[in-house]
Design a protein around this ligand. Sequence first.
Ligand SMILES: *[C@@H]1O[C@H](CO)[C@@H](O)[C@H](O)[C@H]1NC(C)=O
Ligand SMILES: *[C@@H]1O[C@H](CO)[C@@H](O)[C@H](O)[C@H]1NC(C)=O
Ligand SMILES: *[C@@H]1O[C@H](CO)[C@@H](O)[C@H](O)[C@H]1NC(C)=O
Ligand SMILES: *[C@@H]1O[C@H](CO)[C@@H](O)[C@H](O)[C@H]1NC(C)=O
Ligand SMILES: *[C@@H]1O[C@H](CO)[C@@H](O)[C@H](O)[C@H]1NC(C)=O
Ligand SMILES: *[C@@H]1O[C@H](CO)[C@@H](O)[C@H](O)[C@H]1NC(C)=O
Length: 369
Amino acid sequence: MRANTAVLCAICALPSFVAAQVSQQPPTLTWPEPTPGMFTLSNFTFSTGDHLSNLTLHYQTLGTLQTHANGSTNAVLLLHGSTGEAAQFYVDEFAGTLFNRGQTLDVSKYYLIIPDMIGHGNSSKPSNTGLRGKFPKYQYSDMVAANHALLTQHLGVQHLRLVLGVSMGGMHTWMMGQQYPKLMDALFPIACLPTQIAGQNRLWRKFIIELITSDPAWKDGEYTSPPLVSLSGTLSLLQVMFSSAVDYYAKYPTRAAMDAFVDDYLLPHIPDFDANDQLFAWNASYTYNAEPGLRLIEAPLTAVNTADDLMNPPEPQILQWSVAKMKRGVGKAVVIPVSNETFGHGTYIKASVWKNELEMLLAATSGGE
Ligand SMILES: *[C@@H]1O[C@H](CO)[C@@H](O)[C@H](O)[C@H]1NC(C)=O
Ligand SMILES: *[C@@H]1O[C@H](CO)[C@@H](O)[C@H](O)[C@H]1NC(C)=O
Ligand SMILES: *[C@@H]1O[C@H](CO)[C@@H](O)[C@H](O)[C@H]1NC(C)=O
Ligand SMILES: *[C@@H]1O[C@H](CO)[C@@H](O)[C@H](O)[C@H]1NC(C)=O
Ligand SMILES: *[C@@H]1O[C@H](CO)[C@@H](O)[C@H](O)[C@H]1NC(C)=O
Ligand SMILES: *[C@@H]1O[C@H](CO)[C@@H](O)[C@H](O)[C@H]1NC(C)=O
């Protein structure tokens, strides 16, 4: 029953471009039940100078926190991607592959903390606060600061065994390693780069921002029915950026098959998305740049990308030269070749593809599990 709810959530609540990549079948695996929680920050000040008198963060935990006399803990912070939420991890490919007894992030050993970040899931966002287009223009730095407050002020976690983030969460992992270099024993960013959002990765984000803000139906965020033209443009761009050539030729080998996916699955779900939430989430990377601070990172870091990730393509070799700029021996860059196991950017959710690298990182570092 629980597992079915989780997959329903994965398909209904998650962006179609993520849900489409993972199993659309009911899950076959199970995983331990998370405990939900909520933390309200008073008068939170954003990087823009805006304030919210109550910024609410929802989060989930699994396992029990252990803090040792030497300060080490068994706490692991898991960070979701843009427009995702904690619930995106509850699929066979992630929770069913990592969280059970004997698996890499066995919750009888580790204490997992999975926040819904600012602007995402059940945490404060444009669509659930009534602020809509007037919601503060939050940036990654605000999300990192709020998550740090959640850990240290609310959960009593002063040290982390591991930070593991996917996509946007991976970019936050690079940021946390520099902002709080003593906070964690190990860092594992997946499907991202530390450099500012530039080139191709800025192109489609800029298109999304222009599409929505220039759509008369958006009405400065005060629409009463969804601005469907710009929302369709947004989700179509995302679908392209999440696709991968090998995977899509295998899954949709005919024109009819590809069209059927768009007509029967993608288009009908467009009104489920909120244009303000999309706009604010895709603009949140505006000020992101973890490149200048690479040498501040002290905790061993393994960064994993796949060669078919259109958002973080391997050709410019950014991951390799970024890791080469870090302190000697701290970073490791892994680019997983295209195979039948990879499916573009969203491969971050398929733990079987990268979990051997995570196991090596955990074995090479020590903590309090
Ligand atoms: C909120 O914080 C700002 C400083 O960040 C301060 O100027 C303002 O007075 C505070 N508001 C309240 C209601 O405490
Ligand atoms: C913020 O939360 C406090 C305490 O629950 C409440 O008294 C106040 O009305 C809230 N402010 C807003 C603007 O919702
Ligand atoms: C800290 O203490 C725990 C529990 O005694 C131990 O397992 C761990 O190895 C220690 N960690 C370090 C870094 O000394
Ligand atoms: C969390 O958000 C989901 C939709 O993403 C909603 O179905 C659910 O009711 C929310 N839960 C809480 C506790 O607000
Ligand atoms: C994007 O974020 C930047 C930095 O906060 C802000 O200056 C800009 O107005 C935002 N753009 C939109 C369309 O929200
Ligand atoms: C990948 O899948 C194709 C089609 O199912 C198959 O022919 C091929 O052998 C597979 N390759 C590998 C390396 O498994």
